[in-house]
Design a binder for this molecule. Structure first.
Ligand code: PAN
Ligand code: ZN
Length: 191
């Protein structure tokens, strides 16, 4: 560290859409063909262009993933859309170091944060600009866009948390968020 130096942080945030600018920033996008298996209605998934972007994530990892004691920051943008009557959503995951917690907060748009514990009980919290969400350890989390514009969500998580996608890929969540009579409803599918 340079003693007495005054400088800007290497990364800044646009407070309107939470896009990140600066270095180092990573960008990841998920298109329908890569995540089609998370949706219930596979016939409906086939009727949507496979290159359709479902969500993208910008992240600032100030320290390498896996570093104990560090933090990572990200902005997730889930596009508006549905596969059948299921909203566009993220893959969802437990953390690999599964006791690691995370904060999410709503920036733009409207959606749901779907949360499932290890006993496979699932509930959801409404996401809207200003909503703040504490995701405890051992809780799988997934975002769904229930509105007609982009859902933008900020996140901060421990840099050693890691992402365990396998458990959700194999067993899924125990409830699905479907649009029924124009409203989002959690439908039980506990095995
Ligand atoms: C978020 C998520 C992001 C994308 O940054 O990684 O919303 O969702 P999936 O990782 O489930 O595809 C986070 O929860 N980080 O820990
Ligand atoms: Zn997470």
């Amino acid at each position: 560290m340079k003693h007495l130096k005054i400088q800007r942080s290497p990364v800044e945030l646009d407070l309107k859409d939470f896009s990140l600018k600066g270095e180092p920033i990573t960008y990841q996008h998920r298109i329908l063909k890569d995540i089609a298996s998370v949706f219930l209605d596979q016939e409906a998934a086939k009727s949507i262009p496979p290159e359709t972007i479902v969500y993208h994530v910008q992240s600032w990892l100030p320290v390498d993933e896996g570093t104990p004691g560090g933090l990572s920051f990200g902005t997730s943008t889930i596009l508006s859309g549905q596969v059948g009557n299921e909203y566009f959503m993220t893959k969802g995951h437990f953390h690999s170091l599964s006791d690691r917690a995370e904060f999410y907060w709503g920036v733009q748009g409207k959606g749901m944060l779907i949360l499932m514990d290890r006993e496979r009980n699932t509930r959801a919290e409404e996401v809207y600009p200003g909503s703040l969400h504490y995701i405890g350890g051992e809780i799988a989390h997934r975002l769904a866009n229930t509105g007609s514009e982009n859902l933008v969500v900020g996140a901060c998580w421990p840099s050693d948390a890691g992402h365990d996608y396998e458990e959700i890929a194999v067993n899924g969540f125990s409830a699905r968020l479907l649009e029924i009579d124009g409203n989002p409803v959690l439908i039980d599918c506990k095995k």
